[in-house]
Write a protein that binds this ligand. Structure first.
Ligand SMILES: Cc1cc2nc3c(=O)[nH]c(=O)nc-3n(C[C@H](O)[C@H](O)[C@H](O)COP(=O)(O)O)c2cc1C
Length: 190
């Protein structure tokens, strides 16, 4: 099985990456192949509501940037973990653009993400994590995906890159998230 991590931070090895990697590393130990895709910092446009994806139904957005590459990676994965740093109480704009444009394309093509497992992660210096977690979960839920729980909401505390590794409770929660994903994936497979 494959897990795709999507990092909404422009920092390639920042707190969001380290949080996603904590989960994908555990899944790798459970037999998964993994990849983390960095969408943060890439030049990505927002949705222009042209509705061409609903006419063309070709698994693509007519704005041909990195979103199309990521749509195919998401369609090929069994588990998708999306993480974002909190920016002014919200997710990063690149990630939001992917959710808006990818979200339309997934639905226009017979729900490309249907029955995949999805988990969201947010990292903040202080506050706004739950807003981002629920906003990412809205994508999963409208795509008919399955969202496993953990022992807390998947929010981590950190400012400078590496801080999250010292958030003991947050890290412990990510371990239980990974265990629950493995449990769920094995039931879905059987
Ligand atoms: C533009 C900007 C806005 C931010 N807004 C918030 C915020 O609303 N709440 C908060 O607690 N931290 C905020 N932060 C801090 C980041 O969420 C925090 O440093 C996070 O660990 C960065 O994750 P990264 O290393 O993956 O990029 C903000 C940082 C930036 C650059």
């Amino acid at each position: 099985m494959k897990v795709l991590g999507i990092n909404g931070s422009p920092k390639k090895e920042g707190n969001t990456y380290l949080s996603i990697k904590t989960v994908t590393d555990s899944l790798e130990k459970g037999g998964f192949e993994s990849e983390i895709y960095h969408i943060g910092g890439k030049p990505i446009r927002g949705c222009v509501d042209c509705k061409k994806c609903q006419v063309n139904k070709d698994r693509r957005c007519v704005i041909d940037d990195h979103v199309n590459e990521l749509i195919e990676k998401a369609a090929a994965a069994d588990v998708i973990i999306i993480g974002s740093p909190v920016y002014f109480s919200n997710m990063t704009p690149e990630l939001k653009a992917f959710i808006d444009r990818g979200g339309r394309v997934f639905r226009a093509n017979d729900y490309l993400l249907k029955h995949k497992i999805g988990a969201s992660i947010a990292v903040a210096r202080r506050s706004g994590k739950n807003t981002v977690i629920s906003d990412i979960n809205y994508l999963f839920l409208i795509q008919q995906m399955i969202v496993p729980g953990s022992t807390y909401w998947n929010g981590l505390i950190g400012e400078k890159p590496g801080d999250v590794l010292r958030d003991d409770e947050g890290m412990k929660n990510l371990k239980s998230l990974a265990e629950n994903i493995l449990w769920l994936a094995s039931r879905i497979q059987s």
